[in-house]
Design a binder for this molecule. Sequence first.
Ligand code: ADP
Ligand code: MG
Length: 309
Amino acid sequence: MPLTEFELIYRYFSSLGRGEGVELSVGDDCAILSLPPGERLATSVDTLVEGVHFSTDIFPEDLGFRCVSVAASDLAAMGARPLGMTVALTLPAADELWLTMFSQGLAAAVSDYRLPLVGGDTTRGPLAISVQVLGSLPAGSALLRSGAREGDAVFVSGTLGDAAGALAFLRGEWQPEPHHGEYLLQRLYRPEARLDLGQALLDRATAAIDVSDGLLADLGHVAAASGVRIEIERECVPMSDALRSHPEPEQALTWALTGGDDYELCFCMPADEELPGVTRIGRVTTGAGVECNLPVDAVRGYQHFGTSG
Ligand code: ADP
Ligand code: MG
């Protein structure tokens, strides 16, 4: 007998909702969360649609983890502390094997990010997943895109271009060594939101963004919002050994500069500040736009609805 919607929710999604500040979780018409005195709510939502944001070959477990990472990455970019999330699932059918694996991926993200699943919605239709994240920020502080100042240095966490390299690998455009290929696919399918770093940057960085559309495109938003020019030293952009193993260094660098879906944090900080584990890639100057000695065409990130100029 097929599962009812009610059974489906209780079997797969109702046990992931406990956490600090969660007063009421899955089961009523709304969830109720409390904020510590003096803190503010930060919220964001991201949707992944099959065939647009992921293909059928992703394992449901990876999909469950990835959809949370993509949304939680926005909390990281604001320096917010995770409070909880809701998940709106559109499913073609109540496939129990799929639901088991998908909910295991969600559970891994709930635990890794301390981001309880406090509610959601379940409907039938072509596979799509929306994750709304809720976080808290102390009154008076947040990592905005608009805070970069002339003289700041620009930093990035982790390595860039891995997800783009993985997509090219999946399309058969290059054939990395097996262990490099595995690493790149892991980076594409299981990106990690940099929530701890984001919170550590809260009172140190002047501006931050998560790299979802590509470094240059995303830094373009920071430059525009802050009214500054950002100069990137392309030889400083961190790349994994796996990406560096590509036979054409220019191709690997192009992916690192313009590839999306890495979910690393890129941020600006006064140049005399130091932070372990991140890479300095450039500086903030007066003017407008992002400079990195690449042809303009390569500078556009991934855009869903055509070009905007
Ligand atoms: P309503 O009709 O009031 O919107 P629903 O039947 O959609 O209620 O949901 C019942 C409860 O289950 C609610 O608390 C809702 O937040 C939760 N819920 C529904 N779908 C999901 C899901 N995919 N993940 C987590 N919680 C869910
Ligand atoms: Mg509902």
